[in-house]
Design a protein around this ligand. Sequence first.
Ligand SMILES: [Zn+2]
Length: 78
Amino acid sequence: MGIRLLLIILAVGAVYIMVRRYLVRARKTSVNRQKNVAENMVRCEVCGTFLPEREALERGSLFYCSREHLDQASHDKS
Ligand SMILES: [Zn+2]
């Protein structure tokens, strides 16, 4: 009798922990998704293509979509 009650308490506790873990993970996932949507978009100085800041090549305060355009911009200046 006492062992059965103990088993029920353990089972309820395990379910409670699993549900809590699931809820925490679901909340973290939705926060990450919001961060991606709010990501900064920058414009390539050469061709005007918009791309995410983390994929762009940065030099000074200017951004470029590719190595090619970064080199092209430096050739134009000199
Ligand atoms: Zn470009």
